[in-house]
Every structure is written in C-alpha cells, then in structure tokens.
Design a protein around this ligand. Structure first.
Ligand code: NAP
Length: 246
C-alpha cells in the first residue's frame, strides 16, 4: 500500500502515464498528474482517479524547461511537504531516417525525454536526500537498448535515461533511495497509433508473446518498483516487452 505517499507522474494526461497515475492512486498514493498541452485530458484522468476513490491534482509544466520543472517540484513540496515517488514518463518522438533528421528533431527529443528526466531527478533528489527515502522510476524503452531504424534521436534519449538511472542509483543508494528504469516494448498508445500497418505487422512478428502490450502492463511494473517489495532493487532496467528484447 502507498497510503500517505506523494507521487509525481510526468506526462500523465494519457497513455502509459495515465495508467501509472491510476495504478499509484489505486494503491493509496496522492498523485500529482503532470501534463503539458492536454489540460482537459489531465483533468479527466484526475476525475477518473477521484471516482475510483483516489486523490491527486493536475499540474501543467513543460518538463523540458528547468525553470518550470524546479517550480513544479517546489510547489509540490510547499503543498505536501514531501515527495516519495517520481515517475519520469513524459516523452515525445520525432522519427526520421538520419539523412532527413534535422538537428532540431534531435534537440526536441533530448530536451523533453532526457533533460526533462534530468531536471525532475535533480530537484526531486534534493528532497529525497533530506527525507532519506524515495523511489525514482524512469520510463526508458527497448529502443534505448537495441536501437531502431528511424529513431536515432529517440534511442539516444532512451539509452541516456538508462545511463542516468544507473549513475543516480549509485549516487543515492546510501541514503535509501532507489532509482530504476522500465523499458517497454511496443505498447498500444497514441504514440504507437501513428505507425504504419506494415511496421505494426513487423513488430508483432518480433514479439514472442504474440501481442502488443497495454499501458497497464507498464503501470503494474512501476507499481512494483514503487512498493516495499522492491526495496532492494536499484540501478536496474526492467523490460516490459512481451519478450521482444530476449
Ligand atoms: P503518449 O501517449 O504520446 O503520451 C505522452 C505524454 O507525455 C503525454 O501525457 C504528454 O502530455 C506528455 N508530454 C510530452 N511532452 C511533454 C513535456 N514537454 N512536458 C510534460 N509532459 C509532456 O506516449 P506513451 O506511449 O504513453 O509513452 C509514455 C512514455 O513511455 C514515453 O516516455 C515513451 O517514450 C515511453 N515508451 C512508450 C512506448 C510505447 O510503445 N507506447 C514504448 C517504449 C517507451 P500532453 O499531452 O499534456 O502534452
């Protein structure tokens, strides 16, 4: 149970972040649902959480901005006095083959996925060190381990998240703070909806379990990493990919 815990989930207005926020709230955590553009959708997720008996609030912040991220975590501390669980889930793609990929596509993806994770970890770590407790869970991707044609920018951001996860686990371990990453495979969300039927078919052929994952599959793993049962797990990357990376 996560009663009394304060959790921040970035990119909680839809997809995997929405499921993670719902799962944490179901276990009793008070969840701050970060969003960027999708205010109405974030509000709807919060309503769903409240209808199910959970608690939380929404907070607009562009995680690629250090100033806004610092302010968001500062506000959480002012209002709640602590931060127990940080889930860095916000992410974007700007796919293209390298010859057509612009430097702006690299910057945009690194700014949100990698630097956004860095800023949230930095300001959350300050508080978690004071508390001498905390859980940081970063959403990486199978692509950050194995690569994927058309995603050099995205795979760099997700591989970078794995490096940061392992380094921070080493930095914060002696203070009782764990830092882990989850590497989803192909999960049915708006991010993967855009892919062509051809690519979807090819992906499906590479999944030993024979079907795409659901946002809830990722959420359950995050819930485990946030729980007392995972107290001795840190610096790990857990694949939730139907065996795709095996
Ligand atoms: P999604 O449906 O596209 O949702 C992305 C979320 O990120 C939205 O809530 C969006 O908020 C938020 N976001 C984007 N830019 C932001 C910013 N600058 N600041 C704050 N929030 C921002 O994506 P998803 O499929 O659920 O993916 C969630 C995470 O899992 C991502 O990190 C993704 O890379 C990773 N992942 C996904 C898959 C997959 O198959 N779907 C596989 C591996 C890893 P707004 O709409 O409010 O702007």
């Amino acid at each position: 149970m996560l009663n009394g815990k304060i959790a921040l989930v970035t990119g909680a207005s839809r997809g995997i972040g929405r499921s993670i926020a719902q799962a944490l709230a179901r276990q009793g955590a008070y969840v701050v649902l970060n969003y960027h553009g999708g205010e109405e959708r974030a509000q709807k997720v919060l309503e769903e959480i409240r209808e199910a008996g959970g608690q939380g609030e929404i907070y607009r912040c562009d995680v690629s901005s250090e100033e806004q991220t610092k302010e968001m975590i500062g506000q959480i501390l002012t209002r709640h006095g602590r931060l127990d669980i940080l889930v860095n889930n916000a992410g974007i793609t700007r796919d293209n083959l390298i010859l057509r990929m612009k430097a702006e596509d690299l910057d945009a993806v690194l700014d949100t996925n990698l630097k956004g994770t860095f800023y949230c970890m930095k300001y959350a770590a300050k508080q978690m060190l004071r508390q001498r407790s905390g859980r940081v869970i970063n959403i990486s991707s199978i692509v950050g381990i194995h690569g994927n044609a058309g995603q050099v920018n995205y795979s760099a951001s997700k591989a970078g998240i794995i490096g940061m996860t392992k380094s921070l686990a080493k930095e914060l371990g002696s203070r009782g703070i764990t830092v882990n990453a989850v590497a989803p495979g192909f999960i049915e969300t708006e991010m993967t909806e855009e892919l062509s039927p051809d690519i979807r078919e090819r992906m499906l052929g590479a999944i030993p379990l024979g079907h795409f994952g659901r946002a809830e599959d990722v959420a359950e793993t995050v819930l485990f990493l946030a729980s007392d049962q995972a107290a001795y797990i840190t610096g790990q990357v857990i694949g939730v990919d139907g065996g795709m990376g095996a």
